[in-house]
Write a protein that binds this ligand. Structure first.
Ligand SMILES: NC(=O)c1ccc[n+]([C@@H]2O[C@H](COP(=O)([O-])OP(=O)(O)OC[C@H]3O[C@@H](n4cnc5c(N)ncnc54)[C@H](O)[C@@H]3O)[C@@H](O)[C@H]2O)c1
Length: 453
């Protein structure tokens, strides 16, 4: 019973705990330590989850949470739009039926009565209050405020990447990350390569020196791009930008932030640090329509690290062209050309130093939830991903600052930038900061003229 009692106290009282976080398997405060008692412990004890942002990824993350070994239930859902929430509810219902997944007492794992479905900009607060664990999966512009609130309410947290779209947002996440550590709240960030066996095994060996010092590398997300949600008649500007969020920086941060963060984060992980500066080039080569908002369609950035080495990053959204989502690194003793299914660390004669065949590796999206819910169920504090999530987000934003401005951007000035992209007011009839001209086009950054820091 010790683990169960630890967990129940953990869920109820972790917000009261203070003290520096030492990650490992720290069992949580016992009843004696917290002064709490009177909880009912049973193997069927439910871990209650609130889903905030019921789109594609939120729905997927909810399904992964519900597929863990623990007795997890979704008890609240929040979305800016009712139709997105309803669609997600339907998809989760169908998923549970198809997998024949039920709560320990035989009821549905999706236990969200209408009263627990919250809609609008403030919906997240009410939904969070009903849960032990929150899944934060809105567009990243909202992550700082949602993460702050989740930490304030003392919740265990899974939050998607990126965790912000501008430097003020990153600073808020960094501050809340410190609070989360003090409260010993587990925080997993959806940079799922950290939970993917081939990355874990390969990078562990790189850190152990298998390739010598890493002196260069290249990271890629070059692909055809993603969806659009074209403007509809009579939509307010706020409604339009919220639906077509990918193309607006206050919500998305550009695709260098939204997608390419995964590969940039791998570079930081391999280099065991964050770049001190960067410079880059980018623009809009093929994607110039009104519904393409204000983001670039390509960015190429040199990120320079404290040891003077540079990792080059490339991301683009060109339909009908070569695709590559991967990373390669060069060390003083050897190289790794890919982290694909069969990844090999090899010397410069082409001899393998280590080969990882990931054929039977689990799905990292599932592993991140399996590990998080296992820790929560055991009352352990194991995950503090928010700081790295924020700093890798900052790296991607710094890359955008460099491609938009055409200048060399330094880490400290980027992180301290006061440029705040978030609207002054959130309401369906309020105006975002970036507005279309009379022909419906948005202002696009012009390197050499645009100021980004
Ligand atoms: N780790 C990964 O591989 C991965 C993959 C896809 C998406 N993501 C991330 O997940 C997040 C969501 O992406 P998605 O593809 O699910 O987008 P999506 O548009 O499908 O879903 C976002 C949802 O959030 C809702 N929303 C917007 N603002 C909100 C607010 N203020 N409060 C509550 N709900 C709000 C939207 O209405 C929508 O339903 C993004 O940060 C994205 O980068 C991560």
């Amino acid at each position: 019973m010790a683990n169960e009692s630890n967990r129940r106290d953990f869920l109820k009282t972790s917000s009261l705990l203070t003290g520096g976080a030492i990650l490992g398997s720290l069992p949580f405060a016992s009843k004696a330590a917290t002064g709490k008692s009177g909880y009912h412990f049973s193997v069927n004890d439910t871990i209650k989850v609130a889903l905030i942002g019921c789109g594609g990824r939120g729905t997927g993350a909810a399904q992964q949470a519900l597929s863990t070994k623990q007795n997890v239930q979704i008890v609240a859902m929040a979305d800016a739009f009712r139709d997105r929430l309803d669609e997600s509810y339907k998809n989760i219902t169908n998923f549970l039926t198809a997998k024949n997944l039920k709560a320990a007492d035989g009821t549905s794992k999706l236990n969200v009565p209408d009263a627990n479905k919250f809609v609008g900009f403030d919906a997240y607060k009410q939904a969070m209050a009903l849960a032990d664990v929150v899944i934060l999966a809105t567009p990243p512009g909202f992550r700082p405020s949602h993460f702050e609130e989740a930490v304030r309410q003392g919740k265990q947290i899974f939050m998607e990447k990126p965790v912000a779209t501008d430097a003020p947002g990153v600073r808020r996440v960094l501050a809340a990350a410190e609070e989360a550590k003090k409260k010993k709240l587990n925080v997993v960030v959806g940079l799922q390569r950290h939970y993917q066996p081939n990355y874990r095994e390969m990078i562990k060996r790189i850190h152990d020196g298998a390739l010598g010092d890493i002196v260069g590398g290249q990271v890629y997300w070059i692909s055809g791009g993603v969806w659009h949600k074209p403007r509809k008649p009579n939509q307010t500007e706020m409604d339009y930008q919220m639906r077509n969020w990918y193309y607006f920086n206050w919500l998305c941060g550009d695709h260098i932030n939204e997608q390419h963060i995964h590969n940039i984060d791998v570079a930081n992980w391999v280099k065991k640090g964050y770049p001190v500066s960067c410079q880059g080039t980018g623009g809009r080569q093929v994607r110039n329509g009104k519904d393409d908002g204000e983001i670039f369609d390509h960015h190429i950035v040199d990120f320079t690290y404290a040891d003077g080495t540079t990792i080059n990053s490339q991301c683009r959204h060109y339909e009908g062209t070569y695709s590559k989502v991967d990373e390669m690194f060069l060390g003083t003793k050897g190289r790794v050309d890919s982290f694909g299914q069969k990844s090999i660390l090899m010397d410069y004669k082409g001899q393998p130093i280590y080969t990882h065949n990931g054929k039977s590796d689990g799905n990292p999206y599932q592993i991140e939830h399996d590990e998080l819910f296992d820790a929560i169920a055991k009352g352990e504090y194991k995950f503090a991903d928010a700081e790295n999530g924020a700093k890798s987000t900052m790296t991607a934003i710094m890359g955008r600052m460099a491609t938009y401005s055409g200048k060399v951007v330094k880490w400290d000035e980027a992180l301290n930038s006061q440029i705040d992209l978030f609207p002054d007011k959130l309401a369906w009839d309020a105006m975002p900061k970036s507005l279309p001209d009379k022909d419906g086009f948005y202002q696009i950054a012009v390197p050499g003229k645009t100021i980004t820091v």
